[in-house]
Design a protein around this ligand. Structure first.
Ligand code: NAD
Length: 360
């Protein structure tokens, strides 16, 4: 049997522990895994591009556990009542190759992306950052707000989306959960939202080289968390921002970021730092107050690996978790065909029936 976490089970987990606590605990897991970066067998994800979006497979292993995520990104989906991003994934045991957990990863992706975003900002934003602009107020946005309120102590959130209904929805949801001391300000443009912000998080969805943040918006010392550009031809930052002499660009996994990240707009020898070096202390996330820091995130398989392992532990601690008969359970593993023989007497396994037939 394989453990199973569906949307309803995850809702239950989040209701009992709280989304903010879940994100914070998951951040610890992700940070610990990034600290043992060299133990992972890493590969850029396998992507199938189409005019409307992308379907990706994201595998990774640490030699003990293996995981993959299936994820799509279709910015046009919301127009037909569908999510832009949906996902599910598997955690497996490397020694036997047996899957241990099949899980929803749509809500989980939003949670882990928020965790990663806040984790990067902890290492890269100026200490004492209090004001964040959140550009793109769709499915990911509440999770980002919760993470930054909880983990960085953000006290003012400036909101902007080209769809005012998305901003109204975000505002409504954040007011409904009541994040203590957090001021929300809906802005009329990205420039207005970004002015005076310590941190700018972009989670927009548009399949083009969008210019969400342009050079004149960027002030010394700002931290830019660019999360929405994550495919070839899908970016959010004007490339001149990345070319500034005072900019530091950090990515998750360089081979993948070169193809999918903001840095796809720059030559292949443009210098970047991998986040693993920052979290381990080998490289600084920020050298000084005035430096402009950019976390160019596309989402990396390690973050989903951490999330799946974390979910599996939580599921095992809970009573009544669901299990799926995804795998045949046989007394004789060479007798797979036994499953197809005429029904065995109640309670007997197919192998019992075979034994009966062979030795009446
Ligand atoms: P969504 O479609 O629910 O929301 C995106 C929002 O961006 C929409 O409300 C849309 O109106 C808004 N938008 C589009 N163009 C804009 C612009 N020019 N200015 C301001 N707002 C604009 O999508 P989502 O699930 O919230 O995902 C957002 C983005 O984040 C997607 O591009 C997705 O691929 C990406 N993403 C990245 C990661 C990662 O790990 N880096 C993880 C998950 C999602």
């Amino acid at each position: 049997m394989v453990d199973y976490i569906g949307v309803e089970a995850l809702q239950g987990i989040l209701a009992s522990m709280g989304s903010a606590a879940f994100i914070e605990d998951l951040t610890t897991e992700i940070a610990a895994d990034y600290r043992r970066w060299d133990e992972f067998d890493k590969t850029a994800r396998h992507a199938h591009y189409s005019p409307g979006g992308v379907i990706e497979l994201m595998p990774i292993s640490d030699g003990r556990r293996y995981s993959f995520k299936y994820v799509n990104g279709h910015p046009g989906n919301t127009a037909s009542g569908r999510l832009t991003v949906t996902a599910f994934g598997v955690l497996a045991d490397v020694d036997t190759g047996y899957p241990l957990l099949l899980s929803e990863l749509t809500l989980t992706t939003a949670l882990r992306t928020a965790a990663m975003s806040a984790l990067a900002a902890r290492h890269m934003a100026r200490p004492g950052s209090k004001v964040m602009a959140l550009i793109g107020n769709g499915a990911q946005s509440e999770f980002q707000a919760i993470a930054f309120h909880r983990m960085l102590g953000i006290r003012e959130l400036r909101l902007f989306d080209i769809d005012p209904k998305a901003t109204a929805k975000l505002r409504h949801n954040l007011q409904a959960i009541g994040l203590g001391g957090l001021q929300l300000r809906a802005c009329g443009s990205t420039a207005e939202a970004v002015r005076g912000a310590d941190i700018v998080t972009t989670v927009t969805a548009d399949k083009r080289n969008a210019l969400i943040i342009t050079p004149e918006m960027v002030q010394p010392g700002m931290h830019l968390n660019a999360f929405g550009g994550d495919c070839p031809g899908k970016t959010e930052l004007h490339p001149d921002i990345l070319r500034r002499p005072d900019v530091r660009v950090v990515v998750e996994f360089e081979p993948q970021a070169r193809v999918e990240g903001e840095i796809q707009q720059l030559p292949a020898d443009f210098a970047v730092t991998e986040f693993a070096q920052v979290v381990s202390g080998a490289m600084p996330g920020r050298a000084h107050e005035a430096e402009v820091t950019v976390f160019d995130s596309v989402g990396f398989a390690l973050e989903d690996f951490s999330a799946l392992r974390f979910l599996h532990r939580l599921q095992r601690q809970r009573a009544g978790g669901r299990r799926l008969d995804l795998l045949p359970e046989l007394i004789d593993p060479k007798n797979l065909f036994g499953l197809l023989l005429p029904a065995a007497p109640a309670g007997a396994r197919p192998e019992a029936r075979v034994a009966e037939l062979l030795d009446p």
